[in-house]
Design a protein around this ligand. Structure first.
Ligand code: AMP
Ligand code: MG
Length: 312
C-alpha cells in the first residue's frame, strides 16, 4: 500500500475512512499507530484482527483536547488533571476508570481505560477531524518491533488496513509511559520518555511500585508480556559485542553490521527500533546489543531491550 503525504485532502480521506469503521496507519511522536474509531466495536474488532493481538490486551484511546478526557473517563482525579496539564500533549498514557462511551472490546473487559493525547500534529488533527476518540495500538504485528518509519511497516498488517499517512521518522521512538491512576498511590506500568521522577515531581509525592511479577497479571496491565518488541533474530544483551557481529554498540563499530548508538537515553530511544529494523532486515541469526547504563534515565530503553532479549 502507498503511504500518503498528510495533506488536507488525504487527512480528510483518512477521517472519512475512520468514521466508516476503517483502519488507518498514523504517525505519532512515539511510534506509528494503527487507528480505529474507539466508539465503534466492529472497527475495534478489525483492529485486533489486523494485528493478531490477543483480545485480553487492552488498547490506548487517543484524544486531542483536554475536555475529551471527561468523555472517555468516568472520573478524573486531581493527580490526573495535574499530569494532563503538565505532560499533554505528549508521550504519557493514563489509566483511569472508563466511561460508557468506550466499549468493552477496547479495554479488554476492564472497568478502566488507558488514555493519551498525542503531540504529533498529524495524529492530533486526525482525531479532531474524525471527531471521535481513536483506539490506536502500535502498527506492528503482535510482539514484534514497533515501526518508527513507514519503511518498517509489515506488509501483512498493511494489507489489512485502509490507508497509511506518512509523517516521517517518529521523534520519541519508544512507546508512551503508562501510569495507573486508579489505585493510590499511582504506579508506572510501562516506562517511557516521561520518567518516574518527572511524574513524582508533577503530583508532589512518590509513586508506588509494582508487586512481584511486575506489570503482568489480569488487573495490573494485561498487555505487559515478558516477551515483546522483538526482532526476528535472537537478541542478546552483552557488555561488549563480539568483533564483526551484528550489533548495536557504544564504541567504534567493527564491521558493516555494527551500528554505533547515541550515548544519551533520549536519542538512543529514538534510534533503537530503526537500528534493530535495519539489522533484522539483513536476516542475521543473532543481534548483540551492548547493555546501556543501569540508571533510572535508561529505564524505558532497558525495559524494551530486556523484553526483546533471549532470557539468560
Ligand atoms: P500498545 O498500544 O501496543 O503500545 O500497548 C498499550 C498497552 O497499554 C497495553 O499493552 C497495556 O499493557 C496498557 N493498557 C491499555 N489499557 C490498559 C488498562 N485499562 N489498564 C492497564 N493497562 C492498560
Ligand atoms: Mg505495541
Amino acid at each position: 500500500m502507498r503511504a500518503l503525504e498528510p495533506t488536507l485532502e488525504n487527512m480528510a480521506m483518512a477521517a472519512a475512512l475512520l468514521a466508516k469503521g476503517g483502519l488507518v496507519v498514523v504517525p505519532t511522536e512515539t511510534v506509528y499507530g494503527v487507528a480505529a474509531d474507539a466508539t465503534n466495536p466492529k472497527a475495534v474488532e478489525r483492529l485486533y484482527e489486523a494485528k493478531g493481538r490477543p483480545r485480553e490486551n487492552p488498547l490506548i484511546v487517543h484524544i486531542a483536547c483536554l475536555d475529551d478526557l471527561e468523555r472517555v473517563a468516568s472520573h478524573v482525579s486531581p493527580d490526573a488533571r495535574r499530569l494532563a496539564e503538565r505532560f499533554w500533549p505528549g508521550p504519557l498514557t493514563m489509566v483511569l476508570p472508563k466511561s460508557d462511551l468506550i466499549p468493552d472490546v477496547v479495554t479488554a473487559g476492564l472497568p478502566t481505560v488507558a488514555v493519551r493525547y498525542p503531540k504529533h500534529p498529524v495524529a492530533a488533527s486526525l482525531i479532531t477531524l474524525t471527531g471521535k476518540p481513536l483506539a490506536m495500538p502500535s502498527a506492528n504485528p503482535f510482539q514484534r518491533l514497533s515501526p518508527t518509519r513507514v519503511e518498517h511497516l509489515d506488509p501483512e498488517l498493511l494489507a489489512k488496513t485502509d490507508l497509511v499517512l506518512d509523517g516521517g521518522p517518529c521523534v520519541v521512538g519508544l512507546e508512551s509511559t503508562v501510569v495507573d491512576l486508579v489505585e493510590d498511590p499511582p504506579k508506572v506500568l510501562r516506562p517511557g520518555a516521561v520518567t518516574r521522577g518527572e511524574i513524582q515531581a508533577a503530583i508532589g509525592r512518590p509513586l508506588g511500585t509494582l508487586p512481584p511479577g511486575g506489570a503482568k497479571g489480569p488487573r495490573r496491565s494485561p498487555g505487559m508480556y515478558p516477551r515483546h518488541y522483538a526482532p526476528h533474530a535472537r537478541l542478546l544483551l552483552v557488555d561488549r559485542a563480539p568483533e564483526g557481529s551484528f550489533a548495536l554498540v557504544f564504541g567504534q563499530p567493527s564491521g558493516p553490521n555494527q551500528i554505533r548508538m547515541p550515548k544519551d537515553p533520549g536519542p538512543y530511544g529514538a534510534a533503537l527500533y530503526a537500528a534493530l529494523h535495519t539489522l533484522d532486515s539483513r536476516k542475521p541469526e543473532a543481534i548483540y546489543v551492548e547493555r546501556p547504563p543501569a540508571t533510572a534515565l535508561w529505564d524505558a530503553v532497558r525495559d524494551r531491550l530486556e523484553r526483546a532479549a533471549e532470557p539468560e
